[in-house]
Structure formats: structure tokens, C-alpha cells
Design a protein around this ligand. Structure first.
Ligand code: SAM
Length: 214
């Protein structure tokens, strides 16, 4: 969803109070920033932010952090935030590659991965946000009973992810190849990509995973 060459996107983001600019200095200090001890849920690769903004509006007792790699995409979320500011939501413009530098041990309670880039070439498998390599990063800051919740329309990426879960030593709590015709659809919030795929009649896959830390 890269929107190329949006003039001034970087400058607009640099001047925006909803964006955490020095994200590595926030490691261990997220609760201080939010000013409470509420759980912290993050979305990695949030795009224009429809999903996380709806969650934040509906759940004022949960803190949210949306992470997006591209300024031009993040800008769209910031424009929406200006219209409807949410005290329990911040954004970071960064590559998730460095995510373990931003959150400290036990600082995050839930990770959402929605329609993550598939990186179809084998040699790029480690870049997939559900790879065992990335699960290893999440392991460093997710609370012991924390969950990673992943939705995708991409069957190859989803099947890969199902295999990565045990490979990383994680446990599959549940999964479905057709979320919208399953028991798990209740309470589901659609992302921007999901709305598009559902309108096209594509089934949505979803899995929930956690580690055995007890
Ligand atoms: N989650 C949104 C949705 O479901 O509507 C957007 C999905 S879009 C296909 C994937 C998004 O993830 C893009 O906005 C992309 O820039 C972002 N992204 C991909 N790799 C990323 C990474 N390594 N770090 C941060 N964001 C990333």
C-alpha cells in the first residue's frame, strides 16, 4: 500500500504529536507515556490505521501503538487522528525489523498482524512478519500469556505461518481458513484490506498463537 511521493509526508510526520519520534528511547517507558498501567496492544504494518483506530475508540482502557513503515501511508492515519483524536493511541514510523529495540520485556500484551506483506521468494522468508525469526523478536517483549493474532487472504503465507508457530516453540490456540464463516468472526473488526477482500468474496484466514511460558 505504498503511496509514493506524497509531498511533505516526512515533514508532516516529524511535526506530529501522535507520532513517537524517538521510539527506541521509549523502551520500558510506554506506560509512562500513556499515563496509566493499561495493557498495550500493537499492530505491526497498520497501513492507514482503520483497524487500530476503531479498536482504540472502542476500548479506552487499552493502550494502542500502530507501527507503519512508510510515511506516505502513516500520513493518512494522522489525518484521521486530527479529526478524531484518541488519547490511547500513538503511532511509530519504522521498519518492524527493529521492533525489539522499542518495547521492553513484558511491555506488550497483544500483537496484531493484518494482511502482512507475503514476501513470496524463499530467500525473503525471514522478512515475513510471522516467520519464526519475527516470532523470536516478539518473544522478547510480549507478556507470558500474550497473543499474536494474524489475519491474511494469502493462503501460502498463512500455511507458512502455521508451520512457523511450532518451529518457533509457540502454540497454536486456534486457526481458520474462513474467518467470516467461522465461530471466531464474532467481534471481528475489519481492516481496510480485509473489507476489500471480503467484498471480492475471498476467504480470510486467521490464527492466534501464544508461547508456553508457565
Ligand atoms: N494492516 C493494514 C490492513 O490490513 O488494511 C495494511 C495491510 S498492507 C498489505 C501491509 C502494510 O504493512 C503496508 O502499509 C506496509 O507498508 C506495512 N509494512 C510491511 N512491512 C512492514 C515492516 N517491516 N514494518 C512496518 N510496516 C510494514
Amino acid at each position: 500500500m505504498r503511496l509514493r511521493n506524497v509531498p511533505g509526508a516526512r515533514e508532516a510526520i516529524a511535526a506530529n504529536d501522535y507520532v513517537v519520534h524517538d521510539e527506541t528511547s521509549m523502551k520500558g517507558k510506554w506506560h509512562e507515556l500513556f499515563g496509566n498501567d493499561n495493557p498495550v496492544h500493537i499492530e505491526v504494518g497498520m497501513g492507514k490505521g482503520k483497524f487500530i483506530m476503531q479498536l482504540a475508540a472502542e476500548n479506552p482502557d487499552i493502550n494502542y501503538v500502530g507501527i507503519e513503515k512508510y510515511s506516505s501511508v502513516l500520513l493518512r492515519a494522522l489525518q484521521k487522528m486530527e479529526e478524531e483524536p484518541l488519547p490511547n493511541l500513538y503511532f511509530i514510523r519504522m521498519d518492524a525489523e527493529y521492533i525489539a529495540d522499542v518495547f521492553d520485556k513484558d511491555e506488550v500484551d497483544r500483537i496484531y498482524l493484518n494482511f502482512s506483506d507475503p514476501w513470496p521468494k524463499d530467500r525473503h522468508a525471514g522478512r515475513r512478519l510471522t516467520s519464526s525469526r519475527f516470532l523470536g523478536k516478539y518473544d522478547q517483549f510480549l507478556v507470558p500469556d500474550g497473543r499474536v493474532i494474524f489475519k491474511s487472504d494469502n493462503r501460502d503465507l498463512f500455511d507458512f505461518s502455521l508451520k512457523e508457530v511450532p518451529k518457533a516453540g509457540w502454540i497454536l490456540e486456534n486457526s481458520t481458513y474462513d474467518l467470516h464463516n467461522s465461530e471466531y468472526v464474532e467481534g471481528n473488526i475489519m481492516t481496510e484490506y480485509e473489507s476489500r477482500f471480503v467484498a471480492e468474496g475471498k476467504p480470510i484466514c486467521r490464527l492466534v498463537t501464544y508461547r508456553n511460558k508457565n
